[in-house]
Design a protein around this ligand. Structure first.
Ligand code: SF4
Ligand code: SF4
Length: 395
C-alpha cells in the first residue's frame, strides 16, 4: 500500500474511526454503561403553603434529602409548612443544588476515574522521557498517539476529560449554582499540568485532542508533506475569536436557559457512541474529516479547555524556546509546525503566541538543535535576524 499513499491515508482514516466506535461500544458496556452525564432535573412543584411532607411527595424527594437540605431535627418537622424554612425560591435553589450534586455523583464511575488519572500520571511522563531522549520518530509518534486514544478514550471512555471539566462546571453552575468538588479537583490537576508543561495534557493525554492529531498526522509524509489535498494553518486571530465567541455563547445559553449547546455535538462522545445522536455523529464525522486538513480544529475553534489552557499556558514553567545564538533562521521549524505558533515565536511581531501543543515537531526538524522545550526563558529574536538570513542567501 506504500505505493498508494492516498489510499493508505484513506484506509487508515476509516479504520481508526471503525476501530474506535466498535471497541468503545464494548468497553462502555464493560464499565457498566453509565451515561457519564447527570440526569436532567425537573422543575420543582412548590408552594409556600405546602407542608414539608407534601413538598417531598409532590416532587418524589426522599426524606433524607429533605432532612439534610432543610436541617429537619425531628419527625414532626415534616408537618411544618415550607414558609418556616425560607421562601419558595430559596428552598427550590437548595433542593435543586442538592439533587444536581447527587445526580452528578450517581452518573460517575468512581472506580474508573482514579484508574484513569493514575494512567495519565504514568503515561505523560513516559512520553516526556521518550521525547527528551529523541526516540520519537514520526512512526513512533503515531503509535504513541494511537496508544493515548486507545487507553484514555476507547478503554477509559469519554469522561473525565480536560474539556468536560470546564464545560460541565460552567453548565452546572449556570443551571443550579452548584459546584461539584471532584470536578474542581480534576480541573485543578489538568491546569497544574498546563502550568508545569504547557499544553502537554492536550498533546498526549486528551482523548479528542490525540485523535485529531493522529488524523492530521496520517495525512502527512515523514517529511511533513500533505498526502491528500492541502493542510492549511488558520490564522490565530480568527480561531481564537471564534473560540472566545463560542465559550461566551455557551455560557450565556447555560445561564439563561439551562441548555448545554456542546452536548449534542460533543466530540468526546465518539468514545461513548451509544449516547451519540445523528447530529453528533454527523458533526464528529465532519470534524474528523476537517482534522485531515486543519490541525486540531475542535481545540482551536471550540474547546473551552483549549481557551482556558491557552491563558494558563502564558504562565507555564516549560515552553518551546529558541536559542538565537545558534539559530540559522532557516525557518524549517515554522514550516513543520502544524500550527502558526512557531512562526509567531520566531518573529514575536505584534502577534500573540497561539496555543502550543508541545508536539516537538519544531525541535525534531531543527538542523542546529536550537529549539528546546524547557524552563529556559523565551527570548525575542534579535531584530534583523531573519532579514539578515534572506540577505545572506541572496548574495
Ligand atoms: S483543547 Fe483539544 S486537546 Fe485540549 S482539552 Fe480541548 S479537545 Fe482536548
Ligand atoms: S511544532 Fe513546536 S511550536 Fe509548533 S505546536 Fe509543536 S511544539 Fe509547539
Amino acid at each position: 500500500m506504500d505505493k498508494y499513499p492516498r489510499l493508505k491515508t484513506a484506509v487508515y482514516f476509516i479504520l481508526i474511526i471503525v476501530f474506535i466506535v466498535g471497541l468503545s461500544i464494548i468497553f462502555t458496556r464493560i464499565w457498566g454503561g453509565k451515561p457519564e452525564q447527570p440526569q436532567k432535573l425537573n422543575e420543582l412543584i412548590i408552594d409556600k403553603e405546602m407542608t414539608v411532607e407534601q413538598f417531598g411527595q409532590a416532587n418524589e424527594l426522599p426524606n433524607t434529602v429533605l432532612k439534610e437540605v432543610l436541617e429537619l431535627k425531628v419527625q414532626s418537622d415534616l408537618g411544618k409548612t415550607l414558609d418556616e424554612y425560607g421562601t419558595p425560591d430559596q428552598i427550590s435553589s437548595m433542593v435543586t443544588k442538592k439533587l444536581a450534586l447527587a445526580s452528578e455523583h450517581a452518573s460517575k464511575n468512581w472506580i474508573k476515574i482514579p484508574i484513569k488519572f493514575g494512567l495519565w500520571l504514568f503515561f505523560l511522563p513516559t512520553v516526556f522521557i521518550l521525547l527528551k531522549n529523541r526516540t520519537v520518530t514520526s512512526g513512533v509518534r503515531n503509535w504513541l498517539l494511537f496508544t493515548a486514544i486507545l487507553i484514555f478514550g476507547v478503554v477509559m471512555g469519554s469522561d473525565p476529560s480536560p474539556m468536560g471539566t470546564v464545560k460541565d462546571a460552567i453548565h452546572l453552575y449556570g443551571t443550579t449554582h452548584a459546584i461539584f468538588p471532584p470536578r474542581m479537583i480534576a480541573l485543578s490537576i489538568f491546569l497544574v499540568i498546563v502550568f508545569l508543561a504547557n499544553k502537554y495534557i492536550c498533546a498526549w493525554g486528551c482523548q479528542a485532542g490525540t485523535l485529531q492529531e493522529l488524523i492530521f498526522r496520517i495525512n502527512q509524509t515523514d517529511k511533513h508533506k500533505t498526502v491528500i489535498g492541502r493542510q492549511i494553518k488558520l490564522p490565530f486571530a480568527l480561531t481564537n475569536t471564534v473560540r472566545c465567541a463560542f465559550l461566551c455563547a455557551f455560557t450565556f445559553v447555560a445561564f439563561s436557559w439551562g441548555l448545554d449547546i456542546i452536548d449534542p455535538i460533543d466530540p468526546f462522545k465518539i468514545y461513548n457512541p451509544m449516547y451519540l445522536g445523528l447530529m453528533g455523529g454527523g458533526f464528529i464525522g465532519i470534524l474528523l474529516l476537517a482534522s485531515l486538513f486543519v490541525y486540531r480544529p475542535w481545540c482551536h475553534l471550540f474547546c473551552p479547555f483549549g481557551l482556558v489552557g491557552w491563558l494558563v499556558e502564558k504562565a507555564s514553567l516549560t515552553r518551546i524556546s529558541v536559542n538565537y545564538e545558534t539559530c540559522i533562521a532557516c525557518e524549517k521549524c515554522a514550516t513543520a509546525c502544524p500550527s502558526t505558533v512557531m512562526g509567531a515565536i520566531l518573529r514575536r511581531d505584534k502577534t500573540t503566541i497561539p496555543d502550543c501543543f508541545a508536539c516537538y515537531t519544531c525541535r525534531d526538524v531543527c538542523p542546529t538543535d536550537s529549539i528546546s522545550f524547557s524552563s529556559r526563558k523565551r527570548t525575542v529574536s534579535p531584530s534583523d535576524h531573519f532579514n539578515k538570513r534572506k540577505r545572506d542567501k541572496s548574495i
